[in-house]
Structure formats: C-alpha cells, structure tokens
Write a protein that binds this ligand. Structure first.
Ligand code: BGC
Length: 385
C-alpha cells in the first residue's frame, strides 16, 4: 500500500516535470520511467527530484547578472584561444559574470576548475573536455546542484550530468577532410594510384575518432579499389592517433613513416585532423626532401590560411569560433530567461543518455574559395595576399 502510494506520487511528480519540460521548448529528455522494481526507486526518486528542480529553474530562469563558468581543455590551438577571449567578451556583453579557465590538457586540473565553478555559484557551466569520458562525477555533482552543463565543441560522455552539446558536425568535418584529400590529389598529383598516410587527433577527445570515421567513410572505398595506397598499412585510428593533439608527436611519427616507408617513394597525400598537425606533416615532408604532399586540415588557423594561400597546405575546414560561442551564449540566455534549453538539431547517445546536439555546419576551405569563405572575417581575409 505504502509502496503504491509512493509510486503514484513519483508518477505525478514525473508528469509535472515532463509537462514543465514540454512547456519550455521540448529540448530536454523525457523523465525516466517510474514503473521499475523497488530497489531502483531510491535513485529514480533522486533523479526525479533533480529533474523537478531543474524544470522549476527552467520555468523561472535565473538572475540576469549570474555567474557562468566556462572550462576549456587547453589553449594549444587557435580555436581554443579564440574561445577563451570570445566567451569572456560575449558573456560580459550579455550581462553575465564570466569565469573562463583552461585546463592545460590535464583531467584533474579540469575537475578542480569545474568544482570551483560549482562552489562559486555558477548557474551554467560550459565544458570543452580534455577527456570526454573523465568528468562524469563532477558534472553529475553540478547537475545535482541545479547547474545546467553544456558541452562545447566536444561531447561529454558517460554522464547524466549534461543537457546539450554545441558543436560543428564532427563526422561531417571528417567527411570534408577525406573529400578534400581526394580532390587535392586529383588536382595536384596527376593520375593515381596515390601513396598516402593517415593521421588522427588526440584519442581522449571524442571528436578525434569521429573526424577519422568521417574521413574513412570517403577514403576506404578508394583504398579498397586501389586508387589510394596507405604504404605503411596503418589504417586503424589507434595506429594513426596523435596523443594530446601534440604537433611534435605527429611530426615524429611523420619522420619515422618517411624514413621507414618512403626512402625511395614519393608521398602524395596525408589525411591530417587539424592545422597544427598539417603543418607538422608538411614540415617533416620538406625536411625529408619530398615534394609537398596534399594535406587536409581543420580550424582555419592564421598560419595555415597563409600556407593555403601560398600553396603549401592544400585545405582546412573552417568552424568559426565566434559562431560557436555565439550559439552557446544564446542557449545560456534562453536558460536565464526561463525558456529552458532550445530544441536541439539532433541527439547523440553519450553512453548514459541521449544528449541534444546543437549542430553547426563546417566549411572546407582551399585556395579556390578562401576569399568567399572569409568574406566576413577581416582578420583572415587580410592574410590572403
Ligand atoms: C577541436 C579542434 C582542435 C582540436 C585540438 C578538437 O576537439 O574540434 O578544433 O583543433 O580539438 O585542440
């Protein structure tokens, strides 16, 4: 009897929470089922309570000058340096108090920074994780304190503590990189077959396997039909990954690939997951006396934009940081005004729940379309001369 009463209370609470969520834009996940066996009910009750608190908060929003935390993984590539500056500027322009920190690629440092953002009363915490799967408990702690956690640029995995992720499509980015490599080879290296090598990003970053997967969906059929030859035979992500996205590690791998497999062969192309690694690959190739291979990239870093313009790097993929930060701040404003999370473009399962994804389109850039691509970016446009 007692149990029955409790169950119906829970169900009523869930209904209230669900109604509140639906009323605020539908971007949230449905509350968990309540008809499970007794032992699970304690956790369910806690979850329902957290959902209720959040639903109530979503309905009322929070104060306009609230503190917002932003935890970035590192400042090692241009996009993160831009994010560091732009979050400060855009959050302050929107009237918030911003705490923006970067974690030097160290998981414990990032956990501590998020912990202190919780202590400092942040209403929303935006996280670009060093390691997508290592923040589960601190993010769940934040969520339990009524804080909304949003993933920025990278997915937050294996945690129920996240409400959404804002990013450029990571599979799509990889597809663009693979296609650019193929197009560049046809354009610059005559008839195939082409000798190529493959590089991936940092294995802890959930984007890196996705970039690689997207690229391989384009390249694998051409490897299978003999158009592309991976001379080293290294085609698994684990063989190709670059620990910590460290350019010097990529350069060392490229040096050893060239001396081990290309002493008497030309290398025609290399799949690179970002611009820093692309420049490391190009430098190693030049030092080994090779003609510059066709190399893909990502981030439209200033130095690579110059290299593309001068013909040293073939392509990059632009994912403008101002747009990504702008989208994140827009979501934070929606939460502040009590409108909840906006409806996401798609959902992705992070191992523990389906997470709403706010997805922006990446754009491939070569010398051919650089002027158009950067038409609204005076800083980069200025580099094309
Ligand atoms: C980002 C890239 C960046 C890389 C290394 C990835 O998660 O999407 O823009 O180049 O991290 O910092």
């Amino acid at each position: 009897m007692k149990m029955k009463k409790r169950l119906s209370l829970l169900m009523a609470a869930t209904l209230v929470a669900t109604a509140a969520m639906t009323g605020c834009g539908g971007g949230r996940q449905a509350a968990p089922e309540t008809t499970t066996a007794a032992p699970a009910q304690e956790t369910k009750a806690e979850e329902t309570k957290a959902e209720e608190t959040k639903a109530a908060e979503a309905a009322t929003g929070f104060e306009a000058g609230a503190t917002i935390g932003v935890s970035l993984p590192w400042l090692g590539t241009q996009n993160w340096k831009e994010a560091d500056e732009m979050f400060k500027t855009q959050l302050e322009a929107a009237g918030f108090k911003a705490i923006v920190q970067a974690a030097d690629n160290k998981v414990p440092q990032q956990q501590q920074q998020i912990e202190s953002m919780i202590q400092n009363g942040a209403k929303v915490i935006v996280v670009g994780p060093v390691d997508g799967s290592q923040l589960g408990s601190v993010l769940e702690e934040a969520a339990a304190a009524g804080i909304t956690v949003i993933g920025y640029d990278r997915l937050l995995e294996n945690t129920t503590g996240v409400e959404g992720v804002v990013q450029f499509g990571s599979i799509k980015t990889g597809e663009l990189q693979g296609q650019a490599l193929l197009d560049g080879l046809a354009k610059e290296k005559g008839e195939g077959p082409y000798n190529i090598e493959l590089f991936g990003g940092g294995p802890a970053d959930p984007n890196a396997p996705n970039f690689f997967k997207g690229a391989m969906s384009v390249l694998q059929p051409k490897i299978d039909d003999g158009t592309l030859v991976v001379v080293s035979g290294q085609t698994d992500f684990t063989q190709c990954a670059t620990l910590d996205w460290d350019n010097s590690k990529a350069q060392a791998r490229m040096d050893s690939l060239l001396s081990g497999f290309y002493a008497d062969k030309e290398i025609h192309g290399v799949l690179s997951p970002n611009d820093g690694i692309a420049r490391a690959i190009i430098t190693a190739s030049e030092q080994a006396g090779q003609k510059i291979p066709v190399v893909s990239g990502l981030d439209a870093e200033n130095e690579s934009v110059e290299w593309i313009w001068s013909g040293r790097q073939y392509s990059t993929v632009a994912k403008p940081t101002d747009v990504l930060v702008g989208k994140t701040v827009e979501i934070i404003k929606s939460l502040q005004e009590g409108k909840g999370m906006p409806a996401p473009d798609t959902n992705v399962n992070n191992g523990k729940k389906d997470v709403g994804v706010y997805e922006l389109p990446p754009l491939v850039v070569t010398k051919d379309n650089a002027k158009e691509a950067f038409a609204n970016d005076p800083g980069r446009l200025d580099l094309l001369k």
